[in-house]
Design a protein around this ligand. Structure first.
Ligand code: SF4
Length: 656
């Protein structure tokens, strides 16, 4: 529903964009450049981002705050992870970037606690960067190269999004939580429902949500395909920041009354019930079934539900009880400071007494780093994604639930509605959060000293750090075979598998390319080698999921020149362009059915076609033609001409 189209009353999203606007006009669909105030990287995408930043030869970052977190690749079962960590640490020191040591916690929860500020623009090389929206900041997930350029040049290009108003009415009922709110929104809008939008939350109902709750909602808003999600910065934000000893970072930020929104969804919190996303998609959401679903494993943590209050709720539910004998309950707190608080207030002792397993403050099982379920196992997770195989076991079924539902199920051994636990448990917020900075390495505050220190740093690159592929300057014609045709909703996990065995190779594209698309076909690399590269044809929402630019870099390395799909996920499309691969959309989606694998397609007059946005593609094998469109900006056109964003961003044309 559109409201008041001619209104000049602004949403919070537009206020923040307007304040940080550097180039372009703030009109939905236009490409603009905005000031990047903050950046974050994590280690699995960060190695590429720092290779790219290092290649740009800048002295120090142009942002107010940039943080390099290490939270994904933590097993260190061989030298590769440790080499990656050292490379990131020395690259951070070289450029005035704060380094968060392994063990400090999950990037998004840490950023919320220590650095996020209302009204600022944060870009992060991780798709769950929108977690920061819980604090009233515009926090956007982007590809590593976009983040590298954000660090080097202090700006970020994006298409002005539309704004989707989610109005929360009423109040959450006992045992229903923020996780159920976002599961409900996913049920209503699906994994494609947020594409092209920022989801902006308003309404009386936000008053029953703490900043930690809000961050759970904005975090999992990534699963809607949205650019980001945001809550206002109000008295709850103020309290949170004060408790984090950062009261001075607070500013009140609200949308104008009667602000213009492109669409609207009303959620009646009073009517919400506990929900679960069934395998294998976050929008496959149902109420907790009455028939008993036996559970083998329960994992509590991830950037979605690893806050202090999550763990205190769990402690209250487990207190004096025992985890069901058939269930393995694994816990990964969001940060070292949460870990310290729960160890000091006795919650940890309650977990151990109940028979839980405590993991490191890190992503852990969420990214398949350990705790893969057994064959055909059923795992309940408080996480945000349940794509097939992401947990490390292809045959496992992962259900996404709230902490309350996970805790109730840990006691019974089956998927359980937490309302069966009886009277609601009220968790008392701490007077102050622990705010130790011992796991951070900060640049020297004295700029003269800091400059000398930066100059002295030697960036250490172990043998696992391999150069990244660079695209070729655009040719005006090419003929290539379709070496893969996929279905709808292909994820970046499908293109670049993410599991404990492969995560150590995120800085090693040649090695990782052996596994490109392996969840779909086992021989993609062989096909690419045999056919001297090729074209991929995709369905709807191609490239959904994480921000990982490896899902573009692996195809680039294997010689993929273009992807023709029914539609693309936002970040992946940007990553394809940044890598120099042409993303085209079918003008008529039924033409998808007229192409088979190994058909030979010819793209000609490419430069003009990109400029006009319309291609006529010749299917040489079938002797037919079909139209396709390129939906990109002038700048993206230049990126493709140069053969990738890095080449363009270091050109005189970009710098002038
Ligand atoms: Fe880490 Fe999982 Fe969050 Fe990604 S989704 S940042 S892997 S916890």
């Amino acid at each position: 529903m559109a409201t008041n189209k001619n209104s000049s009353k602004m949403s919070l999203t537009y206020k923040i964009l307007a304040k940080n606007l550097l180039k372009g006009e703030l009109k939905a669909g236009n490409e603009i450049a905005v000031r990047v105030n903050q950046t974050l990287t994590q280690d699995s995408t960060g190695t590429m981002a720092y290779l790219q930043l290092n290649a740009m030869n800048v002295d120090k970052v142009a942002t107010e705050v940039s943080v390099a977190y290490v939270d994904h690749n933590m097993l260190q079962s061989s030298f590769e992870n440790a080499d990656d960590h050292e490379f990131i640490k020395t690259s951070a020191a070289k450029h005035n970037i704060i380094f968060s040591k392994p063990g400090n916690g999950i990037c998004h929860r840490l950023h919320l606690e220590r650095f996020g500020k209302p009204g600022k623009i944060l870009i992060g090389s991780d798709s769950h960067t929108p977690t920061g929206g819980g604090l009233g900041m515009l926090a956007i997930g982007a590809g590593g190269l976009d983040v590298a350029i954000g660090m080097a040049r202090g700006l970020y290009y994006l298409k002005v999004p539309k704004v989707y108003n989610i109005e929360l009415r009423g109040k959450l009922q006992p045992w229903v939580s923020a996780k159920d709110v976002i599961l409900y929104v996913l049920k209503e809008l699906t994994v494609k429902g947020g594409v092209g939008y920022v989801m902006e939350y308003t309404g009386e109902g936000i008053k029953s949500l703490s900043v930690e709750d809000r961050a759970t909602i904005t975090n999992m808003g990534a699963e809607l395909g949205a650019t980001t999600s945001i809550f206002p910065s109000d008295e709850y934000t103020k309290t949170f920041l004060e408790k984090q000893s950062r009261g001075e970072d607070f500013v009140e930020l609200l949308p104008d009354e009667d602000a213009f929104y492109d669409d609207k969804l009303i959620v009646n919190l009073d009517e919400l019930v506990p929900l679960a996303a069934f395998p294998h998609s976050p929008d496959n959401v149902h109420e907790i079934p009455e028939e008993k679903l036996k559970v083998d494993q329960i994992a509590i943590g991830s950037c979605t539900n690893s806050s202090y209050s999550d763990f205190m709720k769990l402690a209250a539910i487990l207190d004096g009880k025992r985890v069901h004998p058939d269930v393995s309950l694994v816990l990964s707190p969001g940060s070292s400071n949460i870990m310290k608080m729960i160890s000091e207030n006795n919650a940890l002792a309650k977990f151990i007494a109940a028979g839980a397993r405590l993991l490191e403050a890190a992503c852990g099982p969420c990214i398949g780093m350990g705790q893969a379920p057994k064959t055909n196992g059923i795992s309940l997770r408080t996480f945000n994604r349940n794509f097939k195989g992401r947990c490390g076991t292809m045959s496992a079924g992962v259900y996404l639930v709230s902490t309350e539902t996970a805790a109730a199920s840990a006691l019974t051994g089956y998927l359980t509605d937490p309302r069966e636990l009886g009277e609601e448990i009220i968790i008392k917020e701490p007077e102050k959060f622990e705010t130790s900075d011992n796991y951070f390495i900060f640049p020297n505050a004295d700029e003269n000293e800091a400059k000398k220190e930066r100059e002295a740093v030697e960036i250490i690159m172990g043998p696992n750090i391999q150069p990244f592929p660079i695209g070729e300057e655009l040719k005006d014609t090419f003929t290539k075979k379709v070496i893969l045709k996929t279905k709808d909703n292909i994820t970046t996990d499908d293109i670049c598998p993410s599991n404990a065995a492969l995560l150590p190779f995120r800085s090693n594209i040649p090695k990782l390319s052996e596994h490109c698309f392996e969840t779909i076909i086992p021989d993609f690399k062989e096909r690419a080698e045999k056919n001297n590269g090729g074209i991929v044809v995709g369905g709807e929402n191609y490239g959904q999921g994480s921000s990982r630019e490896h899902a573009a870099l692996l195809p680039l390395y294997l010689g993929i020149k273009a992807v023709i799909a029914k539609s693309f996920a936002r970040i992946h499309k940007a990553n394809l362009i940044n890598s120099g691969i042409i993303p085209l959309e079918f003008e008529n989606v039924e033409d998808y059915n007229k192409i088979d694998e190994y058909d030979e397609l010819q793209l000609s007059d490419i430069k003009n076609s990109l400029k006009n946005g319309t291609f006529i593609i010749k299917n040489i094998t079938k002797n037919i033609e079909f139209p396709a469109k390129f939906n990109g900006s002038e700048r993206e056109l230049k990126i493709l001409k140069f053969g990738g964003y890095l080449k363009f961003a270091t050109s005189d044309e970009f710098l002038s």
